[in-house]
Design a protein around this ligand. Structure first.
Ligand code: NOJ
Length: 747
């Protein structure tokens, strides 16, 4: 077993050596550290004092075309069959190149690995609005991966929640490009601190699962730059991500993985991305067009490179793909491998990695902290929460609260899923709440809801009723609607309810005036019963620490501090995508590949739409309650050479310690044609009761800029910008203006 304490930075090699010596008779790849002297003589690029650029260039110079081609696609290997990884590029021992092992990723080390931690899903991670915690999560993820022999993680996912029904929104960071960018940069920094390359995905405008392999996202230049690309740009410029995964869909009719404008012009030239682009699994559709467009690596599991194997070699030999392009592909891969430590700190080799138990208490603590920090308190009438009375009777109702149901709702489905194999028991809400309640002398009675009369009787006989409701979101399909009425079963088989979950909640609420609903959903749901219940808690898909985390919140050991990263609409008819041409898309004459989803709503997605249309959402973007209250005062704005700085005083005006996510929105002058306001900064601040803190948030020139389609770059318009500071996008407490001169920025 590999222990974390021994193997944190600086001590890793010791563990690798121990693992190697315990391996009897298995094949061990040549490790640079295994014979440092020999490797240095044979492989001069192993000198860690040289730059990644130089080392990559030197190594490239020693490679044959066949060796280069072997780096550009996945190879079927016993490792993959035995080990379950998503992709594998074989080591080249004579060149000191280690195996490249690619693995999913979104909420833990998945793909069939055992004894790894099941973390909360992306939407829960993002709802913490806490980059430092998100970096800790990334570090834990990278640490587990490295000890499993994995050196490329296929995360984070940052696609914008354009359509709340998108079946993969639970993997992503919500509807706002600034928030998604900050979240992803933090996770990337964490992963890459552990000598593992992170992969930001899915590039780009991959916003629905319906027809995901063929749909064309028809989106204009300004909308693309302002809404769908900034999170990737931040991942590149701020997170220094080593790899980008291009997506399945087409963008304005051209496949994302053979789209020269996306891959070369924007990603590599405009943003200066120096790492490599891999395709999503099966998203490569050609050899020369894809290679020349800027795709660097074909990824899928078992075909040994349909397009970037022998076919690419032929294309080079007959001049369809310049050899300089192939050299560039390889240099990009090697540069990220050098920069992120894959040569200097090789991951624990296979098969010891497979056996490694990496779900230590330290990772479980990170999983729990993220789950707690991401949980959003949506309603708390009459202070029904926290449950801090003594000797209460609590009725706990719903399949997602019990053993089997908890397995259903702790994570969404698909490639991000970490199955509960090996020794990863999910802590069910029933376990967590019963155990924590006992400390208060509370008695918890559980009814799964499959017999409604039993649930109602339990609620009637109790002081408080907690009802669980969930949806089941998974990669590969979209949710049919935003209701809870289509049943609680999805990922695993469970008993069907005789009534909808909405009806179950209503029946319980009638039986008990102190009813609290806990939601395990991957995104917004409608709440026809909202006025009938006293409390609502959105716990998302909270990972393996599910029951412990929710018990901390419900009993007040942890003060809720999560905020919504997506608008919860009051009605499905309020959504920005009202026509089938917008979503899920319609066929277009002459295009036989697939339908087109027309992004005609432009910039107006999420809260931007609700603001423009003056529609009141059920719960707005940025919203989340606390068991304490916060006051904002004395906002001031000062001009800086590069924009402005906003400062304000934040005070905990209530009786409990808590954390507030203070949010900064900017309203541009009318001439800019921007949505009414947009998030451009935030900070999560912890305060004791009565404590105040002066908060300062810098706003650079990009915070004031819009994309100009005639100059194809960012511009700041001359005029007065209003800076709002507040507790949510619809709870703005302070404002101040700043007047700026016109300015053109680099793209
Ligand atoms: C397809 C998914 O879209 C992607 O997110 C994942 O990383 C790959 N499969 C590999 O499993």
């Amino acid at each position: 077993m590999l222990r974390r304490t021994r193997t944190r930075r600086g001590h890793r090699w010791l563990t690798v050596m121990m693992a190697i010596t315990s391996l009897a008779g298995a094949v061990v790849v040549l490790s640079p550290r295994l014979s440092a002297g020999a490797a240095a003589a044979q492989c001069p690029w192993m000198d860690p004092t040289q730059s990644s650029d130089r080392r990559a260039g030197e190594l490239l110079g020693a490679m044959t075309l066949d060796q280069e081609i072997s780096m550009l696609h996945s190879t079927e290997s016993t490792m993959m069959t035995y080990y379950g990884t998503a992709g594998h590029i074989a080591a080249i021992p004579q060149l000191c190149i280690p195996d490249v092992v690619l693995n999913d990723a979104g909420a833990g080390v998945g793909d069939g690995q055992v004894n790894t931690t099941a973390f909360p899903d992306g939407i829960a991670q993002a709802s913490s609005w806490d980059p430092s915690l998100q970096q800790q999560y990334g570090t834990a993820l990278g640490w587990e991966a490295w000890h499993k022999g994995i050196n490329v993680m296929l995360a984070p996912g940052v696609n914008i929640a354009r359509v709340p029904m998108n079946g993969r929104n639970f993997e992503y960071a919500g509807e706002d490009p600034y928030l998604a960018g900050q979240t992803s940069a933090a996770v990337i920094k964490g992963i890459q601190s552990q000598n593992v390359i992170a992969t930001v995905k899915h590039y780009a405008a991959n916003n629905q699962e319906t027809n995901r392999m063929t749909v064309s996202s028809d989106v204009n230049e300004r909308t693309l730059h302002e809404i769908y690309l900034p999170a990737f740009e931040t991942a590149v410029k701020q997170g220094h991500v080593g790899s980008v995964m291009c997506s399945y869909n087409r963008i304005n009719t051209v496949y994302a993985c053979e789209n020269p404008s996306m891959l070369t012009d924007i990603l590599k030239k405009e943003w200066g991305f120096s790492g490599f682009v891999m395709s999503d699994w099966g998203a490569t559709h050609s050899t020369a067009p894809a290679a020349n467009a800027g795709l660097d690596m074909e990824m899928e599991s078992y075909n040994n490179g349909q397009y970037f194997g022998a076919a690419l070699k032929t294309a080079v030999q007959n001049g369809q793909v310049p050899s300089s392009r192939v050299n560039d592909m390889v240099v990009r891969i090697l540069r990220s491998m050098f920069a992120d430590g894959l040569f200097d700190h090789p991951a624990v080799p296979e098969p010891q990695g497979f056996a490694a138990v990496v779900n230590t208490p330290a990772e479980a603590t990170v999983a729990r902290n993220v789950a707690e920090a991401g949980t959003v308190l949506l309603k708390n009438k009459d202070g029904v929460l926290p449950l801090d009375g003594i000797g209460k009777k609590i009725a706990l109702i719903g399949q997602a609260a019990g053993g089997h149901g908890a397995e259903l709702a702790y994570q969404g489905g698909g490639s991000s899923h970490v199955p509960l194999a090996g020794s990863v028991p999910v802590v069910s809400p029933q376990q967590g709440i019963t155990q924590r309640g006992a400390a208060n002398g509370d008695a918890v009675v559980y009814a799964d809801g499959t017999v409604v009369a039993d649930a109602v009787a339990a609620a009637k006989a109790s002081d408080v009723a907690i009802v669980y409701a969930n949806d089941s979101e998974a990669e590969g399909s979209d949710r049919p609607n935003l209701g809870l009425n289509y049943g609680a079963c999805g990922l695993v088989t469970c008993a069907q309810l005789p009534v909808s979950q909405d009806q179950l909640i209503e029946a319980v609420a009638q039986a008990n005036p102190n009813t609290i609903v806990v939601l395990n959903t991957g995104g917004p749901v409608l709440m026809p019963w909202l006025n009938q219940v006293k409390g609502v808690v959105e716990a998302w898909y909270p990972g393996q620490e599910d029951g412990n985390a929710i018990a901390s919140i419900l009993f007040g050991d942890v003060n809720p501090s999560g905020k919504l990263t997506q608008t919860f609409p009051a009605s499905q008819s309020d959504l920005p995508t009202q026509t089938t041409a917008q979503y899920p898309g319609t066929t277009v004459a002459g295009d036989t590949v697939g339908p087109h989803a027309t992004y005609s709503e432009g910039l107006d997605i999420g809260y931007r739409w609700y603001d423009t249309q003056n529609i009141s959402p059920l719960f707005p973007f940025g919203y989340g309650l606390s068991y304490t209250t916060f006051g904002y005062s004395n906002a001031t704005v000062t001009r800086t050479t590069n924009g402005a700085t906003v400062s304000f005083t934040l005070t905990n005006t209530g009786g409990r310690a808590g954390a507030e996510v203070a949010q900064v929105y900017i309203a541009d002058p009318a001439v800019s044609g921007e949505p009414p306001k947009q998030l451009k900064g935030y900070q999560k601040v912890s305060l004791q009761p009565g404590q105040s803190s002066r908060v300062t948030i810098p706003l650079d020139s990009r915070a004031f800029a819009r994309w100009d389609t005639s100059r194809h770059t960012w511009v700041v318009d001359k005029g007065t910008y209003t800076i709002f500071v507040g507790s949510s996008s619809r709870d703005l407490r302070q404002q101040a203006g700043v007047t700026l001169a016109a300015r053109t920025l680099a793209p």
